[in-house]
Design a protein around this ligand. Sequence first.
Ligand code: WTA
Length: 630
Amino acid sequence: MNQITSFEQYKKEYVRSVQQSETFWSEVAESFLWRKKWDKVLDWNFTEPKVKWFDGAQCNITENCLDRHLETRGNQIAIIWEPNNPNENFRTLTYRELHTEICRFANALKNLGVNRGDRVCIYLPMVPEAAVAMLACARIGAVHSVVFAGFSSSSLADRINDSACKILLTADAVYRGEKEIDLKKIADDAMLQTPSIEKCIVLNHRNSAVEMKTGRDIFWNDALENISNGNEAESMNAEDPLFILYTSGSTGKPKGVLHTTAGYMVYSAYTFLNVFNYKEKEIFFCTADVGWVTGHSYIVYGPLLNGATTVMFEGVPTHPDHGKFWDIIDKHSVNIFYTAPTAIRSLQTYGEEIFKTKNLSSLRVLGTVGEPINEEAWHWYHKNVGKENCDIVDTWWQTETGGVLISPIANVTPLKPAFATLPLPGVQPVLLNEKGEEIEGNNVEGNLCIKFPWPGMARTLYGAHERFRQTYFSNYHGYYFTGDGCRRDENGYYRITGRVDDVINVSGHRIGTGEVEDAIDVHEHVIETAVVGFPHDIKGQGIYAFVICGKKIENEEALRNEIKKHVTERIGAFARPDKIQIVSGLPKTRSGKIMRRILRKIAEGDTSNLGDTTTLLDPSVVEQIKAGAL
Ligand code: WTA
């Protein structure tokens, strides 16, 4: 694959990638292992929408991640796993070992009746088996749907049911910092409502006691008994589904974003190589969880496709102390480190003393992802972690985009703190105004859209193509709408300003306000809820809930705790509201629509100018809400 090494080269490649898009991407694709080459590079329209890359081609992504590396780097470490508990040893898997594990597990899945096209739900902690499971599915053409292990049983059940998964993979338990979480119990609760699940494979990770249901549940190791090592990878069509990954949207129901085989493979590999300027034998450490898209593209697929060594970390950055990330970098001589602004801001609060005893000199490139980074955090990261020697790539992308779209290229693009800078080759961003017109020129702001397909883009929402069209392709005809607002500065550099829809970004986790509202509304005393985001020093955004109750509440604190518990049970602890204000009414228009703009202002503590409130059914509720604001 072509690696970009100078800014001049970037500019040339960019122009070429726009003018001769198909030639550009077919050249990138040449370096992969294909069972059969494509008949057509690209077939698309953004109306239906229909996007097909490398149509007619056949390949298997795991042959590209593993088999083709065996001869040259069979003994190189593919995965380094760092446990949560500092007294336990880390584990490594070489490319050869990983290949064997994946072939065996692929055979075990087949043995349990998993066929090409079947959906497999993966609800596992951050352990190498999560990567093994994903790749084993891809090996046999099953579609993986990884659900973040912080989700509750009811969220897990919703996701399993939406795509009718046949098998659930889970573990006995997981450690998060000091806390042990009983994963199997959560999975059991979910499986009370998931008729499609035939088998549940349970990884014995913590040696915790679990209940096993006869005929349904089987331990991971037992599933591997008498299973052979040899496995012929399934020949997949370019547009066969590779995985589903659920993400939040404006309305309550999560969306099953679907990615397909060849385009995702080419794009995740290309962006990994170029954004991080990856060099042979480097150690790459991404702190995301495999339950999110960052973990898919830049812990598993991108690094392995490039033959890199990828670090998987089970724990949290503050356990046993706030030096954990720096210890891992020091211990494994990490060269490229990729994390979220939230983590940086939270570690920043502990001060710089800790760096005196850590050797971070192996670091060459730093990255951030998931939310806008503020300048202060950027400089802190640059100075204390990068010692002013490492480029920071502020990578903007989404679950739907499959890989990074706008980002500096490390050691190539001149940086500007808090700016994602420029589009990668093949990516054509535009800013649109309210009327849907492209905003020309620089020093402008608008809604960020993309006007031409790139290979890694999502193809549909599982079983909901019309919702896919409506969500992303109907606001602005002929464009993919990202849901983000964006500024373009005087030099054409992009800075993403945040969501313009009803999605909140809490610590880099995307949370739909509708989802939280639905969870709160389940409470017996709650009549109606409106949820908005507000600026939060560490998390980026916090969750503010305005709640109307059906009866007089004697103990408001108790009610708040119950509401938080409801959200934890329905979604997960990460979606718990930070502030809950009990109100007597919500600002609604005469047609019954909640004016969130007003609630957002109140939640931000900025009530000096609430804009026009004359269209409200009852403007006096605004005064009442303002008076009781938290
Ligand atoms: C936000 C995560 C600013 C954005 C890969 C986007 C960012 C949403 C950045 C996608 C960034 C992601 N700067 N904002 N560098 N990266 N975002 O699907 O609002 O979990 O739409 O994908 O995160 O979140 P998702």
